[in-house]
Structure formats: structure tokens, C-alpha cells
Design a protein around this ligand. Sequence first.
Ligand code: ARG
Ligand code: ASP
Length: 732
Amino acid sequence: MRGFVVLIMLIISSSGLFAGEGMWLPQLLRLLNEKEMKSMGMKISAEDIYSINKGSLKDAIVHFGGFCTSEVISSNGLLLTNHHCGYDAIQSHSTVENNLIRNGFWAGSYREELSNPGLTATFIDRIDDVTTRALTGVTAVMSASERQSAIDKNLAEVRKEYRLESYQELIIRPFFDGNQYFAFVTTVYRDVRLVGAPPESIGKFGADTDNWVWPRHTGDFSLFRIYAGKDNKPADYSPDNVPYKPKHHLPVSMDGISEGDFTMVFGFPGRTTQYLPASAVRQVVNTLNPARISVRDAALKITDQYMRKDEATKIKYAAKYASIANYWKKWIGESQGLKQSDAVNKKLEYEAAFTKRLPSGSPYAGLLPELDRLYSAIEPYALAREYYTEIALRNVDLPSLMGGLKRMISAYEKNGEAGYKEQLARVQNFIPEFYKDFDSNIDQEKLGTLLTMYADKLDKKFVPDFLQRENLGIAEGESYDKMVADLYTLSSFTSEKEATGILSLSPEKAVQAIKSDPVYAMSSAWADFYANQISAPYNEIKKEIDLKQAIYTGAQMEVFKEKRFYPDANSTLRVTYGQVNGYKPRDAVAYSPVTYLDGIIQKYVPGDYEFDLQPRMLELYKNKDYGPYADKTGKLPVCFLGSNHTTGGNSGSPAIDAHGNLIGLNFDRVWEGTMSDIYYDKDICRNIMVDARYILWVIDKYAGAKHLIKEMTLVHPKKGKTSKTGKSKAKS
Ligand code: ARG
Ligand code: ASP
């Protein structure tokens, strides 16, 4: 340990730049990271970040809806997250007449805050290492399924030992591809209300053109509030609920950041795969990413045409479009970054070093060749799986709705009316939401185009007979548009009214009507084909890959003992830390780490879909009305960069300074560095944060919502002064 720390110090001082790689477990910081963090400028202790004995930073960090991060920033449960994380909620309250996406929303009092059924806010109460228990009796010679069932049995025992309150949940997750297991006790709040959101001209400024891109000028934030029962415990929505009183809330620093400052991002990164073999990375770059990108490319072009023509359509498809466009663009950047950084060859070099270190007769000797073989074997299935899921489950909506009906019908066939009724309730719940954001013409056009792509790009054996051109009378080279148009014309499910009509029939009649619907028949048969011919063989091989990956990841840790390993992201609470830093995206180009309001005005295009501004913004800029939020030079900072290792799910995570105060809000990464999920390059991987001062400025000056600022604890850690509320939590 000692020698290792010295080594790290040497690396830091010799390069002058800290390599921010790693998403660390908060309960292990003291052991693995605290020294390094302090050497980088951190003034608080690991115990201040994560403690189960006293209030700590972790008590302010909240998993938002299970897909983003948020943090408590007032003693009344005020939650800060990204605009794009609150987007579904903001959209759901929007209509053409009252368009919160366009105009923004600011509740003037608790009573005006808007409830969001289904939205949750999850706290982590404690984290326990249950590895030994989980892996009891697991041996190196077990098959994939033997291993899994042994682990499942062990974990069932572990679960029994936890005494949970009714509002707590227990989550047990594998780490290091199944080499370690941790248990998380969580408390889940179920009444989370929308408090404020800037208009999209701020919260989504630059939209898809600027997404994943630096220099950035997006005010990507929104505000929610956690409500609790009178006992401060989780409760279902009720008008009688009261604002939640947190164990800790983050003070907000008014002092801003400078290049080189220590930063820490605390949140729930979703998924990374850092320990893959070169063959897997090659497959992502050469085969899987190009397929995903091309499907989304086509689907997005179609949707975009319709959205630009009509305001109502723009609202309908706003959230769906944004989410499809987001990963489309990410994969393009990821592939470029993996190529640019020569990730496959770097992995091959790493593998050669790994192999060289193996003693003769090592059980790991055949591991990498075996993984290579498995990746070749899975490739055709993986490609077909990608096309099917992208088309039928992600980009075209009717086939996904048909999936819900299919589950209902099989429940009927298995369990009769009781089974049917249970599924029916789900479908009926889903129907209004579905049709609210559905346009049959757009959907039909997408399916026509994408089905053509499916037939053209995949080996014939992955195209079911009923979708082969010759069986449908479609000429070679001709599209599926006409055939799909016919299906949609004949189907009842293009209309909410007809769909609801069918679901109100007796189970027997409804099942009959659904089965004879042409879109249902096609979707259902295609789903069956997929399950048998694509997914089943894929899963067989994937099980083997997962087992070998578990062994390979464990072996890497064993072989490279001097390396400090961090587990892949898996939607559990992590800390990543780095510094405020720019980067050099390519030869002769250097990016500085801070953007300003001036840059927003430079990007302004009146009337544009992505770069328009509201008059109020222009007026505030003209008057330089920045209040106390400008930096030393009198300019208003908007976004900044850091070398924190983040991923999807980290959106909405707080950027925290050396003292434990909020300095920004994480929302993105830079284009050239989006490959950090697979391969982290310290020279170009950067995360993008909105500056806390810009957030405060928008709330205060733009929206005039001073009552929200008053709720917060503003601090001056650099000046050693406390806030107007006098409650500095800054430690030094
Ligand atoms: N790229 C960011 C993240 O992955 C922000 C995405 C939101 N914006 C958008 N245009 N979809 O979530
Ligand atoms: N924008 C991402 C999110 O929503 C963060 C990232 O991928 O860097 O979580």
C-alpha cells in the first residue's frame, strides 16, 4: 500500500495532470483513494463523503427515477438534476397552450409544484460487502449455469438476513464481472414534484447539434422536490405530504472554479465495460456501432422532418427524439474515439503483457484465445439482435405496443381470464401515455424504411419467411413501404379509440380481435422468430462469454497486482474525482475549460430550432445584469470541463469542490472522449458540468424565483465567508 501511494504521487507530480480514471466505491475511498484525493487538494475526509454513522455527503445524493442522479440542495428536500433528466416530467405537463418545454416553469409556492406519478427518489442507507457469502461453494470448474445458480442460492440466504423497513429496498449487485458482490440498502421516496425548469432555449440550448460537444453553453438543469409523509418517511402521493427533511443538503459555492481545482462527481453511473478483450472492442467498432447508428440515422431523419413542420408533433416526439438522438450521437463519437486512441491495439498490447506474465501451466493461458473464438461465434447473432431490438423495440412504436398485447395473450392462454386481467390492467395503464406521444404516419414511415434495412443488411437466415421479399411480392431492391402502409391501414392499433374499443371486449373476443390484427400478427411472429432464431443462440454464447469475462477480469486483478482496479459502472453509487481541465482534441487545437454567457450570444440564431433565445436573455445580457454570479473578470460562467470519469446515469450528479460544496452539475462528456465507457484516455476524456453560478443566475435573474435561492445555503469557501443564511457547511 505505502509503496503504491508513493508511486501514485510520483506519477501525479511528474505529469502535472492527474489521470481521473475510475469510478470508485464510496465506502472504499479511505482505503484506496483518500490520500490521493487530499494530495489533489481535497480538504474533507473519506468519512465526510460516506459514513453510515453520521450525516455525510452521500445523504444528499439521490438516484433520480433510477436513470439519473440528483442532489438535495435545501433543508426542504429541494432536488437539483438535469433538464434532460426531468424532461419526461416537463414534457408530460406540456400542451400546445401551456408549453413548459418552450416557456419553462417556476412554481411560486409548494402548492404549485407538479406531481409526477411513478417518479422516485432513492437514497443509499448503507453498503455491505457480501462477496464471501455470495461466492461460497463457487468453483473454477463450474459451468455458467451452475455458477449462477450457486450464487443465486447464496444471495437468497443473504437477503433473508436483512431486516428492512417497509419503505426500504435491498439491491445486491455483482462487481468486477461477478468477482465481488455488494448489497445496498435503499430508501425510496415516491412523491417527487416538479419545482422549476428553464425554457428549452436555456435548458436544452444547442440541443442535438451541441449534444456531446465542447464548447458547450447548455443550462441543463431542473428542480424537483421530495415529499414525505408527516413522519418524513416515504409515502404515496398525497396533498397532505410535506417537504422532505434531509440528513444533509449540499451548500452551494458562490466562489466558482479555476483551472486545476479539485473536483469530485458523486452519483449513479449506469454501465461501462472497461475490462473487455480487444476482440470485443473490435466488434463494437466494426460491427455493432455501425448497425445501431445506421438504424437511428434513418429513424431520426424521418421523425425530424415531421417535428419541424408542426408544434404539436414537436412536443409529442420531443423526449423520444432526444433519447434516440442522444445515443446515436454518442456511438458515433465513441467509434471515432476508439479508432483515434487506437484502443484495439492498446488492448492487444495489454493482452500481450498479461499473457507474458502468466506462469507456465497457468489456468488462464487459454482464456484470451477462447474469448476471441466466442466473440467470432456470437457476431452474426449479435448483429441481428442489434437490428431487431433497435427496430422493433426502440425506434418503431407499434411493434413495442404489440409486445405488451402479446404478453397479455400468453397470460390468457396460460392462466385464462385471471392472467388476462392482470396484464390488461398494465396495458390499459400504458395506452393513454402511448397514444399521447404517437403519430401513426411517422411510425409507419419508420417501419417501412427500417424493415427494408433489416432485409437488406442481414443474412437471409435472420429474415423470417413471412418477411422475405419473394414471399411478399416485393421486388429485389424495392422497399417495404407499401407493404407496411397496407398493414397500418388495416390495423386497429393506429387509433387509440379502436384500441381502447378492443380492450373493452370480453377477454375471448379481445384476444380474437388482437390476433387477427395484421400489425399484431406480423409483430408477434417476428418476435417469436427473434426469440428462437436470434436471441436463444445469442444467449447461449453470451453465457459462456460472461463466464470467461468473469474469469478474465479476476485474472487481470491477480496478474497486475500493482494496478488499482475500479469496478465497472452498474448503476450503483460511485465517486469519481479529477480537476478542472481543458484538453487538446486534435493537432494544434486546445480547448479551455470554461464557457461564458458571451458564447451563448455568439451562438444565437434568431428563430432557429436549436439556437434561439428568448428576449429576456438578450435583455439581461445587454444590461450585464449578472448580480453576484459573475466571476472575477465580470463575465458570467456557463459550463466547465473536468477530468472526472463519468458515464450515462451520472447526469444530474453534483460536481463538488474540495470542501464538499456544490460547484456545478454534471450533464455530459466531450465528443472525442465518449469512448471512456470502454477505454479511458486521460488526455481527452472530460466531463461537462453547468456552473452552479449560472444555475443560480437563471433562477434568480432570469426567472425571478428568489424564494428558491433563499432556500439554499450559499457559501464562500474560497473567501472563508459563509452565506447570507449564515450556515456554511464548508470544512477546511
Ligand atoms: N449527452 C447527454 C447524456 O447522455 C445529454 C443528453 C440530453 N440531450 C439530448 N439532446 N438528448 O445524457
Ligand atoms: N449525459 C449523460 C447522462 O444522461 C452523462 C454522460 O453520458 O456523460 O447520464
